[in-house]
Write a protein that binds this ligand. Structure first.
Ligand code: ATP
Ligand code: MG
Length: 180
């Protein structure tokens, strides 16, 4: 399984339809400051169901829709399509290729589709839940987060690892129980 392509249409700074073809292995995106590199990563999180405007570096959800520039009027909708190669059957669906689409209108909610079939966010989450990708999997490390980890105290660093491993809540519970 690997991410095969990502198409952004009216998403943040990508007013015109833009497709990135990806290959198995590592992809690097390079470009000047403000050219839209982080917007591409935001699009990945968004199409997989990201529901927090803050995680998408915005104030409200419709900040992901192209807001216009001096030469180009704002758009009314944002659309992102992510195509995943599933020829190894890692995703629980009978297709060798899966395309997840999310669309959002300025005054409405989000619509999702899997291979062109309208579906719920829950269906997208279920599709991705055992794959190691998806919204809650801590697979997207934001700009600055790496610095935070490198400069953290050993105690904080242990906390990050415990959080990722899912043991933090159990340790908190244990500490609470021992205090009683
Ligand atoms: P850096 O190297 O500084 O991290 P970057 O390549 O990651 O830069 P981004 O943060 O992806 O850059 O892009 C920022 C640009 O996207 C800004 O110019 C901002 O105005 C533009 N942008 C963000 N949201 C929208 C939107 N809704 N409509 C139009 N442009 C937007
Ligand atoms: Mg950036």
């Amino acid at each position: 399984m690997y991410l095969k392509s990502l198409t952004l249409k009216g998403f943040k700074s990508f007013a015109s339809s833009t497709t990135l073809q990806l290959e198995p292995g590592i992809t690097c995106i390079v470009g000047p400051n403000g050219s839209g590199k982080s917007n591409v990563v935001d699009a990945l999180a968004w199409v997989m169901g990201e529901a927090s405007a803050k995680s998408l570096r915005g104030g409200k959800m419709d900040d992901v829709i192209f807001a216009g520039t001096s030469g180009r009027p704002p758009l009314g909708r944002a659309e992102v399509a992510l195509t995943i190669d599933n020829s190894d059957g890692a995703l629980p669906i009978e297709y060798a290729e899966v395309t997840i689409t999310r669309t959002m209108f300025r005054n409405g909610g989000s619509e999702y589709a899997i291979n062109g079939q309208t579906c719920r966010l829950l269906d997208v989450q279920e599709l991705l839940s055992d794959s190691g990708i998806g919204r809650e999997m801590h697979v997207i490390v934001g700009q600055g987060q790496l610095d935070q980890i490198l400069h953290a105290t050993p105690e904080d660093r242990r906390g990050f690892i415990e959080e990722a491993a899912g043991v933090l809540k159990h340790r908190k519970r244990k500490e609470k129980a021992l205090r009683k």
